[in-house]
Design a protein around this ligand. Structure first.
Ligand SMILES: [Zn+2]
Length: 97
């Protein structure tokens, strides 16, 4: 009985939240990825990771951002149609190499 409870506790003390880049599908720790979230004001970058709304994650590879912004991957992930304004805003947030 006590043994089982210890195991349970050990599992809980190591929370490593991982997320997947929607382009290359590589998993990484949540902090290494940038969260994009669908809001009432378009698609926004969410550095805090706490905004409400449907979110998608991108890793810091430039190629992933380029593909996400030029294709419809983000549209599908967030179930939106990115506006030109959204794309422009997200381009500004692209991690610089
Ligand atoms: Zn990626």
């Amino acid at each position: 009985m006590g043994f089982l409870m210890n195991q349970e506790r050990q599992r809980r003390t190591k929370p490593v939240p991982t997320r997947m880049c929607i382009v290359c599908r590589e998993k990484n720790s949540k902090r290494a990825l940038t969260r994009l979230v669908r809001t009432g004001q378009g698609v926004q970058v969410d550095p805090s990771g706490k905004l409400d709304g449907r979110g998608a994650y991108l890793c810091d590879r430039e190629s992933c951002w380029d593909r996400a912004l030029s294709g419809d991957l983000l549209n599908r992930a967030l179930r939106v149609n990115l506006t030109a304004e959204d794309r422009e805003r997200l381009k500004q947030a692209k991690p610089q190499p």
